[in-house]
Design a protein around this ligand. Structure first.
Ligand SMILES: [Zn+2]
Length: 100
């Protein structure tokens, strides 16, 4: 198991997680409850992390992240399935995983 990505926030971690899932890559999100503890725990441990289960998937997983980071943002869109607000660069809803 290898760390792929350190996200700025939990929605970002989950969008990467869902994109990896769509690519058939098994991954896990860690530190998902850490943000509430900011100030009580070391700063660098407060960000959610996405880890890839299989080392062989890492090259493709990095391509997924690179593609995600290239997308434009700044415009919020609302998920048709659960009504959660998502940044426009999200291809799938961070909350429910449905395509936006
Ligand atoms: Zn949704």
């Amino acid at each position: 198991m290898l760390k792929l990505y350190t996200a700025a926030n939990l929605p970002e971690a989950y969008i990467v997680f869902h994109l990896l899932g769509q690519a058939g890559i098994e991954a896990r999100v860690f530190n998902e409850h850490a943000l509430g503890g900011l100030g009580e725990i070391p700063f660098t441990h407060a960000y959610p992390e996405v880890w890839v289960m299989e080392e062989a998937d890492m090259p493709r997983a990095r391509e997924v992240v690179a593609g995600y980071e290239k997308l434009p943002d700044h415009i919020d869109v609302r998920c048709a399935a659960c009504r959660e607000t998502n940044p426009a660069n999200f291809q799938v809803c961070w909350n429910c995983g449905e395509p936006i």
